[in-house]
Write a protein that binds this ligand. Structure first.
Ligand code: SAH
Length: 240
């Protein structure tokens, strides 16, 4: 029986992909995903049938995956990071017929990769918020930023800014500043876990002065977060 894998390939480099994800890709006849993600893995699977599909065609891509599985081939649908975090796992499960076995394989999400590069900012409760309002009402996103800030969560922002969405990050910073100090340490991490990874240590008060785009994840500390030797640390509370 053909099978569908929905695979989180991690942030980029092979070393950050799980063995389980690698195995699933090896067992697949076909691997399908955004071109950027196919490009990240194609050197490891040159013998596979690789299909790059365009952005914003997620539903079509899932239908194509079902057709491939129905033709008897094992197929992996890939997402960067974790497929279940702003990835393809949800929509695939919504669309797939019950007759086709579908396995979701977790991956290292951008927050994890970025946190490890920046230090240990996610040591305490954190909230992951996407600033993309393409599929989510902007008022609801603002409310989540507000309440997470009020609750003194560390906040990890995905999809912070694109060419068409430039004001959301400004609004989010303004909301966070209602509750968080402008001195709060911030890590701006671009291309975490990839060749051209870049980490910028900033503060909530200065973060907008730095380059932020769709390849960036931003981690904003809680009231206890501090910097040491260039690393950002949110203490768990141990006494020493
Ligand atoms: N499924 C992915 C997230 C997809 S949403 C995951 O689990 O990581 C796309 C957003 O994720 C980007 O706009 C960016 O904010 C973030 N992102 C994904 N990969 C990243 C990386 N390697 N470095 C920094 N941010 C990344």
């Amino acid at each position: 029986m053909a099978k569908i894998y929905v695979v989180g390939i991690g942030p980029g480099k092979k070393g950050d992909m799980t063995f389980r994800a690698y195995d699933a890709l090896e067992k697949s006849d076909v691997i399908i995903g955004y071109k950027t993600y196919i490009d990240l893995i194609k050197e490891y699977f040159p013998e596979k049938e690789l299909i790059s599909s365009p952005m914003k065609k997620e539903v079509d891509r899932c239908r194509e995956v079902v057709e491939i599985a129905e033709s008897g081939k094992t197929v992996s649908l890939i997402s960067s990071g974790d497929a279940g975090i702003y990835g393809m796992a949800g929509i695939m499960l919504e669309i797939v017929p019950e007759s086709i076995e579908t396995e979701i394989i977790p991956g290292v999400t951008a927050s994890n990769a970025a946190a490890a590069t920046a230090g240990a900012p996610l040591m305490h409760d954190f909230a992951t918020i996407s600033l993309s309002d393409l599929l989510t009402d902007w008022d609801l996103i603002k409310k989540r930023v507000d309440l997470a800030s009020q609750g003194d969560f560390v906040i990890s922002l995905y999809n912070p800014k694109s060419k068409g969405r430039t004001t959301q990050i400004e609004d989010a910073a303004e909301i966070m500043l209602k509750y968080k100090s402008p001195e709060t340490p911030v890590a701006i991490v671009r291309n975490a876990g990839r060749e051209d990874e870049r980490v910028t240590a900033a503060t909530l008060g200065t973060m907008l002065e730095h380059e932020i785009d769709m390849l960036t994840v931003i981690i904003i500390g809680n009231s206890k977060t501090f910097m040491k030797n260039g690393k950002i640390i949110t203490p768990r509370g141990y006494k020493y």
